[in-house]
Ligand binder design. Structure first.
Ligand SMILES: *Cc1c(COP(=O)(O)O)cnc(C)c1O
Length: 396
């Protein structure tokens, strides 16, 4: 039986490769960080990790994980509700709720699971989910698993959102769901306007803070802080895999009864293993570090501003970033790939994105800044951009 299926898969894989869409992985042989060492011994500056606060190789987090592993063992061998909850899990949930100014939080193995398990327990066929067109794949999948009616509005387009809210007006409950920061343009969701519309049309609000928490807002607490929307957002989801240490783990945080219901009915929570003690302990330490000072967030903000200003001055076309994501527009798909590979030759890792990941004719290089980058790292990346940009005729 496998013979025919094997031929089919080989053909499909070939087609992916011929379309230039085959994903190949870089093998890193060092900790994740601003500078990484690859398996062939070469070094590169990394501008494509979600390591926004530079915590991925933080010694305090590693020490907290090590201590917890010694004291509480390696794994939990259980889902939370049978015998998979330690005091560490409860402490981490408390720290997350405190960070987002919410009632309570619930942990998942990943934010993919948090989003996959948030809609189905709460909403039914008589309800409506109104979702931004650029929302993350895990939100799209979560919506698919739920029987609620689906409405989609154009990215951050408040007129379109209002239209969809009117269309959904006869539903029992309505929820608007958006990413906090959209990962391709680096733009933020206009949370204040979204909350205004939610109030006008009697809808709830959910935001996925994966790319925004730790990054945007005066002290980096995300879009609720940036737009002063505390108390107006019902559900937040987020990840421990980006700014918050970069290991693994996700969460939903928000109103008490919502979190209580998720603990009863959310399938990725009920039927999937508890996160390991070491991850929970390092998560607690992460929020402790962020409570002690805004230093990492301040450094990230300085780095973003420095990089953006120098790149604009060099003549590059940059999307008006509002986050730690900086889209250097090239428009041409082929050019974006050649540009990224020439940057790699210069020892700078950035990613070239083109259709279907971004709209046709909108190819770009995505740069992700980190608090871990030093001025010298930024200067080296900017020089490489200028060199490659001139060689390829992107800038004069
Ligand atoms: C990265 C990301 C996720 C997935 O997070 P994991 O914890 O890695 O599963 C979910 N939503 C958004 C918006 C993301 O950017």
């Amino acid at each position: 039986m496998y013979g025919k299926f094997k031929d089919y898969l080989k053909n499909e894989l070939k087609a992916i490769d011929e379309a230039g869409l085959y994903k190949r992985e870089r093998i890193i042989a060092s900790p994740q960080g601003a500078e990484i060492t690859l398996s062939d011994g070469s070094k590169a500056l990394n501008f494509c990790a979600n390591n926004y606060l530079g915590l991925a190789d933080n010694p305090r987090l590693a020490a907290a994980a090590e201590k917890a592993m010694k004291e509480r063992g390696y794994g939990m061998s259980s889902v939370r509700f049978i015998c998979g909850t330690q005091d560490l899990h409860k402490q981490l949930e408390k720290a997350i709720a405190e960070y987002f100014h919410t009632d309570d939080a619930i942990l998942y193995a990943a934010c993919f699971d948090a989003n996959g398990g948030v809609f189905e327990p709460l909403l039914g066929p008589e309800d409506a989910i109104i979702s931004d067109s650029l929302n993350h794949a895990s939100i799209i999948d979560g919506v698919r698993l739920c029987k609620a009616q689906r409405f989609r509005y154009a990215n951050a387009d408040m007129a379109d959102l209002e239209e969809k809210l009117k269309e959904a007006s006869s539903c029992r409950f309505r929820i608007i769901v958006t990413d906090g920061v959209f990962s391709m343009d680096g733009n933020v969701a206009p949370m204040d306007k979204i909350c205004d519309l939610a109030e006008k049309y009697d809808a709830m609000v959910m935001v996925d803070e994966s790319h925004s928490a730790g990054v945007v807002g005066p002290s980096g607490h995300g879009v609720a802080e940036q737009f002063n929307c505390y108390g107006r957002i019902d559900i937040f989801t987020g990840t421990l895999g980006k700014a918050f240490g970069g290991a693994v783990g996700g969460f939903t945080t928000g109103r008490q009864e919502i979190i209580d219901m998720l603990r009863q009915r959310s399938r990725p929570y009920l039927f999937s293993n508890s996160i390991p003690p070491a991850i929970a302990a390092a998560g607690i330490e992460t929020f402790k570090i962020l409570k002690e000072s805004d230093e990492l967030h301040n450094r990230l903000t300085e780095n973003v501003n420095y990089f953006r200003d120098k790149m604009l001055a060099a003549g590059f076309d940059i999307k008006p970033t509002q986050s730690a994501i900086c889209a250097v527009m090239l428009y041409d798909a082929k050019l974006s790939q050649v540009f990224a590979s020439k940057m790699a030759e210069e020892g700078i890792f950035v990613t070239g994105f083109y259709y279907p990941v971004v709209p046709k004719g909108q190819a770009r290089i995505r740069v992700q800044l980190s608090a871990a980058h030093k001025k010298a790292d930024l200067d080296k990346a900017i020089s490489a951009f200028i060199k490659v940009g001139r060689t390829l005729g992107v800038i004069k």
